[in-house]
Design a protein around this ligand. Structure first.
Ligand code: DQA
Length: 146
């Protein structure tokens, strides 16, 4: 499976700062991801957690059982060397996704530790970024399997 991982506060999507994140809920995003996976003939594991260490463990699981990672690390994007090291430490490609365009926001969002380990980043396209992220992740996984 492709592991689709979501970080802190993304459980609040729908009502959280709708002027930035829109009104799409995390359940809507999960449905879109499942639809995309069905179209591509792959399975997904979809998880959200507010805890940094839990994300580290999910990345480890993806390394053991998954073919690729699509991750929206949310605020941990900008702070977490632990997530960076976890992604570096597993042998599966990771695509970083953001609903908003972090570099166009506050200066502290311009830094992404996760980008140092991600194969690519999709940001600013809302929920559609997850669909594109899954497509990219599946292509990378398939290219590696050849
Ligand atoms: C986010 C952007 C981050 O800067 C922020 O902390 C989030 C969401 C996004 O999807 O746009 O929580 O990752």
């Amino acid at each position: 499976p492709v592991f689709v991982l979501n970080g802190p506060n993304l459980n609040l999507l729908g009502t959280r700062e709708p002027e930035i994140y829109g009104t799409t809920t995390l359940a809507d995003i999960e449905a879109l991801c499942r639809q995309t996976a069905d179209t591509l003939g792959v399975s997904i594991v979809f998880e959200q957690t507010n805890h940094e260490g839990a994300l580290v463990e999910l990345i480890h699981q993806a390394g053991e059982k998954g073919s690729a990672i699509v991750i929206n690390p949310a605020a941990y994007t900008h702070t977490s060397i632990a997530l960076l090291d976890a992604i570096k430490g597993v042998d599966v490609p990771a695509i970083e996704v953001h609903l908003s365009q972090p570099v166009a926001r506050e200066a502290f969002r311009a830094v992404s530790y996760v980008s140092l380990a991600a194969a690519g980043t999709i940001s600013g396209l809302g929920a559609r970024g997850y669909e594109l992220g899954i497509r990219a992740a599946v292509q990378l996984a398939q290219a590696r399997a050849k």
